[in-house]
Design a protein around this ligand. Structure first.
Ligand code: NAD
Ligand code: TDX
Length: 329
């Protein structure tokens, strides 16, 4: 199995999950170790994984690795919306050219491909409605990040239809859990509290996200690899929707701080209002159920992980906060 982006948040958790639950796979990770990749995230499974430092846009390298694989699971991406607003170029390169490079290689070598994507490709939902995204929802991305993820999804679908590539796609809602970069919402607020900073809420904090534990996401990916229909898209989501404000207050409560101890900062431009996935297909066809059915417990365990693993996140914290300060957020 070739895992791209296996030193990032979800990819590293996927490698851990695979070693734990699917020991039959021999795993090779291809990762460029950008600011978001961390070799240390794979340290506990180092004896089970071959690590190749490299870029998914490097066609010769990708070709040689794909030629040697039975299946490619593609996590590598530029993944942070705020970064894409500041500088979209690496997003176009990695998310579009990188996915294209992988697709050409799996086409040449007849290798099974699974593409990891996001619900952000659909744009957003109104705050005052209960409707959800489905596999039929039209693509309507808002940010450079989601536009390049949408483009990568469309490339995969075209390579299935035109070239018969054996690919599946999944679009998951927001993930949380260990090994997530401190630029992202939950780790930023938790590590702010741990370093004596106040949490930072964009705008009024009414925006809603659906939170899925990273292990539940990765369990779904394994189900799709085993039983998913080729060419099909599966939406993944726990069903647990929360406003950002509710989450900041819950983090503060779980960390024994006053629940009003946070700052409002200027809003993200084009900020998507609400995401929510209808994951009926995944649940009925493949029998997926989230194991982490209490967000509060999953969040408390995640807070404990950041408390216990300062060595992992501390080196990234200062530079991340400096770049937020430059954005006024
Ligand atoms: P991340 O930013 O934590 O990790 C991305 C990894 O990809 C890093 O290890 C990085 O070094 C690597 N990478 C970046 N550019 C590369 C390149 N050109 N060549 C090789 N490696 C490269 O991202 P994440 O949060 O783990 O997201 C993984 C995937 O899941 C992405 O495709 C993202 O769109 C998708 N996704 C994320 C979420 C979420 O909540 N984080 C939700 C749904 C979908
Ligand atoms: O400091 C903050 N304060 C704040 O209020 C940060 C960093 C974020 N926010 C808000 C913005 C969003 O409404 O919190 C919400 C979550 O923000 P992010 O962690 O940046 O995630 P989001 O933009 O929702 O995108 C995430 O989920 C979908 C991932 O980063 C994507 O890779 C994934 O595709």
């Amino acid at each position: 199995m070739l895992v791209t982006g296996g030193a990032g948040f979800i990819g590293a958790n996927f490698v851990h999950y695979t070693v734990r639950h699917h020991p039959e796979y021999r795993i090779r990770v291809l990762d460029a170790l950008t600011y978001a990749g961390n070799r240390a995230s794979l340290a506990p499974v180092d004896d089970r994984v071959a690590f190749v430092p490299g870029d998914i846009c490097d066609a010769a390298l990708v070709d040689s690795l794909v030629a040697d694989a039975d299946v490619v699971v593609h996590f590598a991406a530029e993944s942070h919306v705020d970064n894409s607003l500041r500088d979209p170029e690496p997003f176009v390169r990695t998310n579009l050219i990188g996915t294209f490079t992988l697709l050409e290689a799996v086409r040449r070598h007849g290798v099974r491909f699974h593409h990891i994507s996001t619900d952000e490709v659909f744009g957003d939902l109104p705050l005052d409605a209960t409707g959800k995204f489905t596999e039929q929802t039209a693509y309507d991305p808002s940010s450079p990040y989601s536009a390049t993820k949408a483009g990568s999804d469309l490339l995969v679908r075209a390579w299935v239809r035109s070239y018969g590539v054996a690919a599946t796609l999944s679009n998951c809602a927001n993930n949380y859990g260990p090994f997530q970069h401190v630029e992202k919402f939950i780790p930023r607020q938790v590590t702010n509290v741990l370093t004596g900073e106040r949490p930072k809420l964009y705008g009024t904090g009414v925006n809603v996200r659906e939170w899925t534990h990273v292990d539940d996401h990765n369990a779904a990916v394994h189900l799709i690899l085993r039983q998913g229909r080729i060419g099909e898209t599966y939406l993944i989501g726990s069903g647990d929707e929360r406003s950002n404000r509710e989450i900041v207050e819950l983090i503060l409560a779980l960390m024994d701080r006053p629940t009003d101890g946070y700052d409002h900062v200027p809003d993200r431009p084009g900020h998507d209002l609400r995401y929510a996935n209808d994951s009926t297909r995944l649940r009925t066809e493949l029998g997926w159920r989230p194991r982490f059915d209490s967000f509060r417990d999953g969040l408390a365990a995640t807070i404990d992980w950041y408390r216990a693993n300062e060595w992992w996140w501390k080196p990234q914290k200062q530079a991340t906060e400096e770049s937020y300060r430059r954005l006024g957020r």
